[in-house]
Design a binder for this molecule. Structure first.
Ligand SMILES: Cc1cc2nc3c(=O)[nH]c(=O)nc-3n(C[C@H](O)[C@H](O)[C@H](O)COP(=O)(O)OP(=O)(O)OC[C@H]3O[C@@H](n4cnc5c(N)ncnc54)[C@H](O)[C@@H]3O)c2cc1C
Length: 591
């Protein structure tokens, strides 16, 4: 069993929302850290803070585009290279929640360091941790957990970014059972620094009937193997001190004992690794936002204009309040997810995709607002804002772009109810609807309503705090609309949903808002129920909750309305015109 403690299987919360169901017993109470976790987290946070104050100069790291060896060694000495590795292999054995909290603290200090440590353990050796055999673990984990050896995750190639399945790197089996690897990987974090490379390559497999097919297999490739080489260190926009290089494999011979998991199952292994990687990006974004808000608050409290400190002005207050709400919502989402994983949720791909998308976008919004508060100062390299802005931008791009993750959230979420409706179509008169789906939207809406009544009737959430009842009702109403929208979409578009990305985006955006809402409602309910929390703190979280719930409902409704409006039809037409004109295409002097 992993560092997570429970063996009870907890279903995916988001997956159920696509059926119009909220798993109240799972969502409430909020999975707060227990006493042991709090103690451990505080000790680690303290250690990270002390080390960073003494030894990390982010401006220097950024300028020199390098993390000095002694800093890496110092981080490793704190145990930060083996957070999730079992103690028997020399790691700290933290569960997912503690891992997230510690990683958040590191990310709040420096984006390049967080990227280096994240690429090492959140993805670099995660396949080994998840799928490696005993021999492989014994051989590698102690060195990886201690930081003696760094790890890298090699999936991306020049012709294969978002379309990860299309990689061209090949591993051909030799007569003696070894494999010969040839290919090129691009933009690999820790490339050159790492000694341990998790490499995804295509292998050939026999299908029934003698047909050959290519599948992806996951290999361990050590740096010192003949034929492994590296490109120049990339000169990047941000996270400049992290190493990013191309990695080349030129007739690299690898023994079969270096295969992680089953032959031909590498794609699934890669996707599982990225699921946890995305959670780290979510918790890292929370740490980043907290540091940014601290900076922005000090700036707003000390900068005077028109005879007043600028925190007295409504438009600055709007920014500070939104930034705090961004943090509270993101943090609630991340720790709901990690808490449930720790308790036994093993299928969390929807939740982790949503955490990555939501938290990275809120981080970007937060640094944008902080930059506006600090204004001219923020634009100067003397201050950290521009560096943090450059460092933050990558989170919307790597480990699955936010576009791809929205598509994933919508299509994989819709799949469940879609399969169910097909089944239902065989046994009830709803089957008529399948023969003429567009005309039948009404019938199916009716069906969806009945189904929703089965789940909820006119009820609201039963476990939400009475102070939040109105927002609980909003949530239920959004969830009903969502369920009906999902079913109508399935009926109306069938398989054509796949080609309709704007529709997918709307569905994904609604799912994201629902997850935010339920996580925040659960967390605030728990806080309001605690006798140890002061009234002032309770008032603060209640205010944050109100702001988040109102904004979220508006975002939900905008996406819901656009599902069936003509607005989205404008987009492909304009975009095609832009493509035909190779840009905007005319000028004020033309007409
Ligand atoms: C600093 C840095 C570090 C990295 N570290 C690693 C690493 O350690 N290991 C590793 O394997 N990779 C790494 N990467 C690669 C990273 O994961 C990819 O950049 C990312 O997956 C996107 O691929 P791409 O850049 O080729 O963009 P593309 O896939 O070419 O996409 C370009 C744009 O098109 C959009 N797009 C693509 N397909 C679709 C679609 N079907 N529908 C809608 N929109 C679409 C994308 O969202 C994006 O906006 C790193 C990248 C960077 C910049």
């Amino acid at each position: 069993m992993s560092a997570n403690q429970s063996s009870k299987e907890i279903p995916s919360i988001v997956k159920h929302m696509f059926y119009g169901e909220v798993l109240e017993d799972e969502v409430f109470p909020f999975p707060h850290l227990n006493e042991t976790q709090v103690e451990m987290a505080k000790a680690m946070i303290d250690a990270v803070d002390k080390f960073s104050q003494a030894s990390i100069d982010s401006a220097k790291l950024d300028k020199e585009a390098k993390i000095p060896l002694e800093v890496l060694q110092g981080l490793a000495g704190l145990g930060l290279c083996g957070l999730g590795v079992e103690e028997e292999f020399g790691g700290l054995g933290l569960d997912t929640t503690l891992y997230a909290r510690v990683f958040s603290q590191v990310a709040g200090v420096d984006g390049a360091i967080a990227t280096t440590l994240g690429a090492h353990q959140s993805i670099g050796y995660k396949a080994l941790l998840n799928e490696g055999n005993d021999e492989q673990k014994k051989q590698w984990l102690p060195k990886l957990a201690s930081g003696e050896v760094f790890a890298a995750f090699c999936l991306t190639e020049p012709g294969s970014g978002s379309d990860a399945y299309s990689i061209k790197t090949k591993a051909v089996k030799n007569a003696d059972g070894t494999y010969t690897l040839n290919g090129q990987k691009l933009w690999i974090t820790n490339g050159g620094l790492a000694g341990f490379y998790t490499v995804f390559a295509k292998t050939e497999h026999d299908e029934e009937g003698g047909k050959k097919v290519e599948k992806i297999t996951c290999f361990i490739v050590e740096k010192e193997r003949p034929g492994v080489s590296f490109g120049e260190k990339e000169d990047k926009m941000g996270i400049r001190a992290s190493e990013t290089r191309a990695v080349y494999f030129d007739n690299v011979i690898v023994p079969a004992s270096n295969i992680i998991g089953e032959l031909g199952k590498g794609f699934k292994i890669a996707m599982n690794v990225l699921n946890t990687g995305r959670l780290s990006l979510g918790s890292g974004s929370v740490g980043g936002m907290k540091s940014i808000l601290k900076l922005a608050t000090l700036q707003a409290k000390t900068r005077k204009q028109f005879g007043n400190t600028i925190d007295n002005f409504g438009l600055i207050q709007e920014k500070l309040a939104t930034m705090a709400a961004n943090i509270y919502a993101s943090e609630s989402m991340v720790y709901m997810t990690t808490g449930k994983i720790t308790q036994g949720m093993s299928e969390f791909s929807h939740e982790s995709a949503i955490c990555k998308v939501y938290c990275s976008e809120k981080l970007w919004d937060t640094i944008d607002k902080a930059t506006q508060i600090a204004a001219g100062n923020a634009y100067m390299k003397e201050y950290p804002y521009e560096r943090i802005m450059r460092d933050s931008r990558i989170n919307l791009i790597f480990e699955g772009t936010n576009e791809i993750l929205r598509i994933f959230t919508a299509l994989s979420g819709i799949k469940g109810p879609s399969d169910d409706l097909k089944e239902l179509g065989k046994i009830t008169d709803v089957s008529k609807a399948f023969q003429d789906p567009i005309k039948s939207v009404g019938i199916l809406t009716d069906f969806a309503k009945k189904r929703m009544n089965k789940h909820f009737g006119n009820k609201t959430l039963t476990k939400v705090h009475p102070k939040l009842e109105v927002y609980g009702n909003h949530f239920v109403s959004c969830l009903k609309d969502f369920s009906i929208a999902v079913e109508n979409t399935i009926m109306k578009f069938g398989k054509n949903i796949i080609g309709n990305e704007l529709l997918q985006m709307r569905i994904a955006n609604m799912a994201i808002e629902l997850y935010v809402q339920i996580c925040v409602l659960s967390r605030t309910t728990s806080i309001l129920n605690k006798t140890t929390v002061s009234d002032t703190d309770k008032d603060y979280v209640t205010l944050l909750t109100e702001l988040i719930m109102r904004d979220s409902r508006q975002n939900f409704t905008r996406n819901y309305k656009r599902l069936n409006s003509s607005y989205d039809k404008l987009i492909p037409k304009i975009s095609q015109a832009v493509s035909q004109r190779d840009g905007f295409g005319f000028d004020i002097v033309d007409f």
